[in-house]
Design a protein around this ligand. Structure first.
Ligand code: DHB
Length: 394
């Protein structure tokens, strides 16, 4: 089988790349090792930056997003010493000249993009087995896999690694080519989805002596909540009652905030990791989200992946229309500039809000002072806001 760009991974990055290429008249095939149902039902991130929303609208895949997405113009930081805990609103809209974020589940983004690709005749292989990438040190790379029991070799001009941190693309690059930059955090997030009306209209990032907690949502009837837990925590140690009691404590305020409770329909533990490889390209293999991972605080993972493929789609577009390789040559450098700024922001939000086992009383006071500074200073709030709604795409 032959195409122009072979794409590994049918998450938001791979599907958006395929969609953008199609609009530029470039053919692609997407190969995904998980089933369509798995990819679409798995509950992942849910915050879209303004630029991600704009891209979906501009490219004709924003119809359901406009109907079902919840536009948020602010968020709350909640913190304080015992007896003084309260919320402080960050006016994202006012501080960024009118930008906002939109709550819309990643699984819905995947569903919308899959539908658009299939409706346009796009080819996506779900549940592909034994996916591997070959020959990318030449101009004739290929993706090999088995679909429905049959061996397939997909040849193209380029391969795009949109298979994330755990995918096959990055580890296929020979040792010594990539430099890795890495930070592991000494905690994880326990996340739940509950069938209950959100307890606040906006997201709440709460710093508490017992650990971080986050209040988010998916719809007016579905609340998404997260708790900082030990890195090796087992979900079996957390019966529903314990989760609710711990959340209630970590969201407490001096004036008696109560968290609404309801049936928990999903539970999971997410590790926390910052990771980047440089460069984001080897020969004809271009890494998108396979080149990095961010800790979830600040909700940047999906948005960063979309920003990468936007740059990549433009580079392929230039190559196929004018033969120019400048975009391809500059891909890694262009992406990495933004990737590192987003890494910095995600690390900063994580550091400011979590409890670290090795911190002493000084660190705790300093952390509170940092939060006081962020909510009290126009410059500091604006810095948080412009990063949160999304830095410019280029
Ligand atoms: C969500 C996840 C995040 O990591 C975050 O910072 C905000 C919201 C969410 O799943 O809704």
């Amino acid at each position: 089988m032959r195409t122009q760009v072979g794409i590994v991974g049918a998450g938001p990055a791979g599907l958006m790349l395929s969609h953008l290429l199609h609009r530029a008249g470039i053919e692609s095939v997407v190969v995904e090792n998980r089933s369509r149902q798995y990819v679409q039902e798995r509950v992942r991130a849910g915050v879209l930056e303004q630029g991600t929303v704009d891209l979906m609208n501009e490219t004709g895949v924003g119809e359901r997003l406009a109907r079902e997405g919840l536009v948020h113009r602010g968020l709350e930081l909640r913190f304080g010493r015992r007896g003084h805990r309260r919320g402080h609103r960050i006016d994202l809209f006012g501080l960024t000249g009118g930008k906002a974020i939109t709550i819309y589940g990643q699984n819905k983004v995947v569903e919308d993009l899959t539908d658009a690709r299939l409706a346009a005749g796009g080819r996506i292989f779900f549940a592909a087995e034994d996916v591997s990438v070959h020959g990318f040190d030449s101009a004739a790379p290929s993706i090999r896999f088995r679909a429905g029991g049959e061996a397939v070799e997909l040849r193209g001009d380029f391969i795009a690694g949109c298979d994330g941190f755990h995918g096959v693309c990055r580890p296929s690059i020979p040792a010594g080519v990539l430099t890795a930059f890495d930070r592991v955090y000494p905690f994880a997030w326990l996340g739940i989805l509950a069938e209950v009306e959100p307890s606040s209209e906006e997201l709440i990032y709460s710093r508490h002596e017992r650990g971080f907690a986050l209040h988010s949502m998916r719809s007016p009837e579905l609340t998404r909540l997260y708790l900082q837990v030990a890195p090796d925590e087992e979900i079996g140690n957390w019966p529903d009652e314990r989760i609710w009691d711990e959340l209630q404590r970590r969201f407490e305020t001096r004036d008696g905030f109560t968290l609404r409770r309801g049936p928990i329909v999903q539970k999971g533990i997410t590790p926390m990791h910052s990771f980047v490889v440089e460069p984001m390209r080897y020969g004809s293999l271009f890494l998108a989200d396979a080149a990095h991972i961010v800790p979830p605080t600040g909700a940047k993972g999906l948005n960063l992946a979309i920003a990468d493929v936007r740059v990549l789609a433009r580079a392929f577009g230039d190559f196929y229309t004018s033969g120019s390789r400048a975009g391809l040559e500059g891909y890694s450098e262009t992406c990495l500039r933004r990737v590192w700024k987003v890494q910095r922001f995600s690390w900063w939000m994580t550091s400011m809000l979590h409890r670290f086992e090795d911190e002493n009383a000084f660190d705790q006071r300093r952390q509170l002072a940092e939060l006081e500074y962020v909510v009290g200073s126009h410059a500091a709030s604006q810095s948080l806001a412009e990063n949160y709604v999304g830095l410019p795409m280029d």
